[in-house]
Design a protein around this ligand. Structure first.
Ligand SMILES: [Zn+2]
Length: 467
């Protein structure tokens, strides 16, 4: 089966140009001023529309366990929402189980991922240090193509590891060609601040932000970067939310620490004032790190422009408002931490970034596709529009607009973080390995067509990303 996309405007992280694309067996075979159909090719007319490489969301928590139910999206509803929103690959976090090996845990997650509509891979979370973990790291990369792990500096007793454990794991990971994602918040200080707040009766949602102040993120970020430097290993700082943490990253880059930084759409667009909304509406916006004071947004956008921030990930960790978020109505510490965002990340970053003039089209493609692909061992198969790449493509009409509402979303949540916001542009078609999975804005791809992403090793001692 061959497909020709005609008259579109191809956008990559380096260029914007008008061209026709020929796709054969899921791969981009030709790019030319004009490609004429010869026999039975399917022809898609993309006149006046942008053609972007498919979005790559490297920060999702589909099927994340929570009480008896889990997060609101599994791999079916979550990847359907992703497709609708222009995301053609995800890397999801596993969740470790006490006493289970990393490889056994991964097999369970690969099984969960099988019904996906789009391509999917995993970062393995390590919450328990032992010698066995160190032995497994090279196998994870070589046998399974899992070339990223994640460590937490918060959530003591559940996920948190200490500095010595971090050092040992990161060092071994670096040697094995694995990059370490770090959730950088000082868990000990936060736990104490929460206890103090509760003891004073400060239980409203805004205290979620007050008990996780920017200094707890900045301190942990600096410490994580120092540990990476000591271990001579690559590090990926997830969900950078504030200027103070970004400053630590800038300093580490000057010391040649091999660091890649991510922010999330909600930190770019929403702010701390949402945590004071009445009638517990504020509960919808609880995530960690918390939404910050608005002035931080400018620093995050500038960080994207300057290359200090390489990726934007959704941190999609969706909880229902009714029944899950409301568990914390009387105590902010009981509100599940996490927000939905997978379906809107592409549109939100395009609208507030490109349309409102904060970043270029090239930078948009960089943070939404090319940067994530290069960081996590998917390049040069995913992350650009070039001959030999997978035909993961988003056809986008920039000359229209739409209003975001939970009533029209695919994600399985009873609210939308961006409810009522009008965004410029609309995704008309999405192709995954050459197959149309979104047609006229509607998902037509079927369950189980997604493929497992076996990723390349991440070389240590050199910058994994050069963009
Ligand atoms: Zn997360």
């Amino acid at each position: 089966m061959k497909t020709i996309i005609k008259n579109g405007i191809v956008v990559t992280s380096t260029d914007t140009y008008k061209a026709d694309l020929l796709i054969e067996k899921g791969i981009i075979k030709r790019i030319s001023d004009q490609i004429l159909p010869e026999t039975d090719e399917k022809v898609i007319d993309a006149s006046g529309q942008y053609i972007f490489p498919g979005g790559i969301d490297v920060h999702t928590h589909l099927a994340w366990p929570f009480q008896s139910t889990g997060t609101a999206d599994d791999f079916v509803s979550g990847t359907r929402a992703a497709a609708a929103g222009g995301i053609t690959s995800i890397i999801n976090f596993t969740n470790p189980k006490r006493g289970q090996t990393l490889l056994d845990n991964l097999q369970e997650w690969k099984k969960k991922g099988e019904p996906s509509l789009i391509d999917y891979g995993f970062h393995s979370i390590i919450s328990e240090y032992n010698d066995h973990v160190l032995e497994e790291l090279p196998l994870l990369a070589e046998q399974e193509g899992v070339t990223s792990i994640k460590l937490f500096m918060a959530y003591k007793g559940e996920l948190m590891v200490n500095d010595r454990e971090m050092y040992k794991i990161m060092k071994k990971a670096g040697e094995a060609g694995i990059i370490t994602n770090v959730h950088a918040e000082n868990g000990d200080i936060i736990d104490e601040l929460i206890a103090e707040a509760i003891s004073k009766g400060n239980t409203d949602p805004i205290h979620h932000a007050y008990t996780r102040p920017p200094l707890t993120e900045a301190e942990a970020t600096a410490r994580a970067l120092a540990i990476a430097e000591a271990a001579n290993a690559p590090i990926y700082i997830v969900h950078v939310s504030c200027a103070d943490a970004l400053e630590k990253i800038e300093q580490a880059k000057k010391r040649d620490v091999q660091v890649v930084a991510e922010t999330c759409p909600h930190y770019l667009v929403l702010d701390e004032s949402y945590l004071s909304l009445p009638d517990f509406e504020s509960g919808k916006y609880i995530c960690s790190p918390p939404l910050r004071e608005k002035w931080n947004q400018e620093y995050l956008w500038k960080g994207i422009s300057s290359g200090l921030i390489t990726t934007v990930g959704s941190d999609h960790c969706p909880f229902l408002f009714n029944g899950q978020k409301t568990l914390g109505r009387d105590n902010f510490a009981k509100i599940p931490n996490g927000v939905p965002g997978l379906e809107d990340i592409f549109s939100i970053v395009y609208h507030f970034g490109v349309h409102e003039g904060r970043i270029s089209l090239q930078k948009f493609v960089d943070v939404i596709s090319t940067g994530p692909a290069k960081t996590f061992g998917l390049y040069p198969k995913k992350g650009s529009i070039a001959i030999g790449f997978d035909a993961d493509l988003v056809i986008f009409n920039p000359n229209t607009s739409r209003v975001i509402t939970h009533k029209k979303q695919y994600q399985n949540v009873d609210y939308n973080l961006y409810e009522g916001i009008e965004v410029q542009g609309a995704i008309t078609q999405v192709l995954s390995r050459g197959e149309v999975i979104v047609q006229d804005g509607y998902v037509v791809g079927h369950e189980g067509r997604g493929q497992y992403l076996f990723r390349k090793k991440i070389p240590a001692g050199q910058s994994s990303v050069s963009c």
